[in-house]
Ligand binder design. Sequence first.
Ligand code: ADP
Ligand code: ADP
Ligand code: MG
Length: 496
Amino acid sequence: MEKELKDIRAYHLKVIEEKLIELITHKNRILAVQSEEIGEFKKSFDEFKPLTQIIQKTTRECLSDFQSKLDEADRQAIQQFHQQQDQLEYHASRLNQQQSQMQSIQELFEQQTRQRLQIAEMQKAKERMLIELQQTKEELEQKKFLKQQLMNNFKLSQQQQIQLQQELKDTEHQKRYWNNLLQEAKGNIRVYCRIRPNSQEDMLLLNGECTLVLRVPERFLKSTNCQKESSFNFEHIFSQDADQQEIYNELSDLVQNVVDGHNVCIFAYGQTGSGKTYTMQGDDHNKGVIPRAVEQIFKERQGMLELGWQTNIRVGFQEIYNEQSRDLITNQKCDEVKLLDVKDIFEVAEHFNTAKKNRQVAETFSNEVSSRSHFIFQLNLQGHLGDKQINSTLNLIDLAGSERANVAKTEGDRFTETKAINKSLSALGDVFNALYTKQQHVPFRNSKLTFSLYKYMEGSSKTLMMVNISSRSEDFQQTLASLRFAEKVKSCSIKK
Ligand code: ADP
Ligand code: ADP
Ligand code: MG
């Protein structure tokens, strides 16, 4: 066994040894082939090596060249990019500019379109105007012709105008003459009556324009020795409904006499409270005779100036109290008032206010406040035209209250006052009566009042008495006294 094993092993070893020798031989063969191949490869490698180097070098050179070109191109590209960007911006701003220019051109264009339209319209208007101009030219020609004709007529009418002016002056003269005749026909002296409004009573009855019936109230029947009814006649009676305008309508022709060169006196007579001051002065809303007469004379004066008259108007304000005369502007005692030049009605009003402030008033028994003095407003008008001359005065007199106060009841100053009033009013009545009955002697000298006014009541002067009466039954006595005064003034004319 052991030998067997040894044989087997030796066999195997022999096989392995053989195999190994075979392997080594194979390996050597392969190695020989390989080294041969390597040698060949090395040989060819060495052959290629310089070429490879050249290629490498060329490639490197190419690469660096390419790189630098690339850099250059890059740089240029960037530069160009920047340039283009600049240009782009420049173009953009140009574009903006052009756009705004475009807009303004557009606007200009629109404007031009509008202007063209306007021009077209103007052209049309111009054509129309040319036509009108042509027409006007023709009219002008016609007018030139007419003017020539008129010029010819003018020479004629100038002569006619001179003639007309003369005729106008003659007419003015005639107007004065006729107005004067009319006044004389109406009477140079007149007595009018005005009834103060008082709706409740019917003590007074109007019978036409000139007759007034006084009915004695029951309670006075026994105490008075007159008939139940008595009538009184006047040149004119104003009912209690007559307003200031109606009164003035009847007086304005009298005032006109002043402009015609005659002196005029208008008296307001009556008991205190009967409306004398209301009639003469009135109030702001109901102007009385004085402001209306002043307005009328200034208006007439304007007409005279236009006819070539030279005129001057003066005014004066006088008060007669206790037989003494006082200038209400200077507030001094005087024999004759100083007349002041006035330009217009406003100046007259200013002086009037001064006069009113200076006027004396005192209390009486019959009324709370009453005027115890006579007030005279004077307006003098002077004028001349060629050989014609006028110098006339308007006198408007607001008399003291006519109430016959019981003299026995009064004392001292009041006694003197009452006596003076009674004296002057009865003197006035006598003067009126003498004038009314055309007596030779007129007793002007009997009182300060009549003496101050005699110049203006004589001759061609016009005089009017406005008797103001109350219709209240309680005023019966005073109304009766006033009516009797008026009756007495005229009574002799019937006897004549
Ligand atoms: P006299 O001056 O006579 O004393 P007034 O003129 O002062 O009286 O009048 C007394 C009052 O009666 C005043 O308030 C006045 O305004 C008023 N009056 C007088 N007459 C009229 C009239 N016709 N219409 C309205 N009021 C009048
Ligand atoms: P008022 O209405 O402001 O109270 P009136 O107008 O009644 O005043 O009276 C003012 C003055 O006129 C007083 O003095 C008054 O006695 C007098 N009066 C009033 N009515 C009449 C009249 N019908 N007739 C006369 N005087 C009158
Ligand atoms: Mg008065």
